[in-house]
Design a binder for this molecule. Sequence first.
Ligand code: TXA
Ligand code: MG
Length: 329
Amino acid sequence: MVVNGSDEAAIAQAVQVLAAGGLVAFATETVYGLGADAASDAAVAGIFSAKGRPSDHPLIVHVPDAASAEAFAADIPPVARKLMDAFWPGPLTLILARRDGMAEAAAGGHATVGLRCPAHPVAHRLLVAAAANDPPVRGVAAPSANRFGRVSPTTAQHVADEFGQELLVLDGGACPVGIESAIVDCTRGAPVLLRPGTLAREKIEAACGQRLRLPEEVDGAAPRASGTLEAHYAPNAKVRMMDARSLQTALNVLGEDAGSIAVYARTVMRSRSARLRRMPDDAVETARQLFSVLRDFDSQGVKLIWVETLPEDDAWEGVRDRLRRAAAS
Ligand code: TXA
Ligand code: MG
């Protein structure tokens, strides 16, 4: 059931569901999350089964403020502290050493835990109210509220489309960021960017005073992050990247026969039959609409989505990452 997430009674109801070990979906600034009490192994198991996600894939634990992170992290190194100060609340997840006995199932049994303090008022109010409950729910484990491998939801309706009317969804409107948080692993000496988001790499580096390393540059196997699997974030339609000229040539060749093809491009394209959707020139705006655009194409029964190759600069890193993975399946 979709309810207005700004309504206090709805928040109170959601807290009761969480405290009883149930699942609640809620708006965050990045994408909608599917939440459960991070301290309850049974509640967390409910997330894995609802999503169809392998249970060794760790979940992010959402907290109302930086101080609450200390309940879950065994240690907050200076680099993590600087990143929290700079970007929390906001679209940044930090991987930290996990405090013994805390959120073990949510962390997929790993010795680390992913923590995020979201900025969206609906998520924030839910987390504050949950922590104030008796007994308190100090952290909400929440992956994106979609089935495993699919495109993350950026509206309450997307969530209801995937999980049906049973699930309580706290509606907070369309997510203003639109792609998932950046994830920085702070447990490997130098910080490692496990997943790019919309925070530009340079900004993160400036805030922590260190260069961000790539996962490949670091020894030892990090836990498999489902958001970092090669084929992920996939719509039902096949996604393929192409430069503007090849795209226009292909559309010309197909003529009237491109009815099951959709095109998402910054360059103006001409086609007598394909569905054309203009991509914004700006990376922030593109991130905001990306998952909705992919879902719209799916609901129109499109078989193939051709996307114009993206600009090379840093600002596009998150969008490039999601589309590359969408195109890998
Ligand atoms: O923006 C977001 O991060 C959204 C909203 C709901 O907060 N959440 C999200 O969750 O994207 P999910 O589960 O779809 O992606 C979380 C990513 C996964 O790739 C997971 O493997 C990784 O975070 N992760 C979580 N804990 C980790 C850990 N301890 N070590 C390494 N990766 C971790
Ligand atoms: Mg996800």
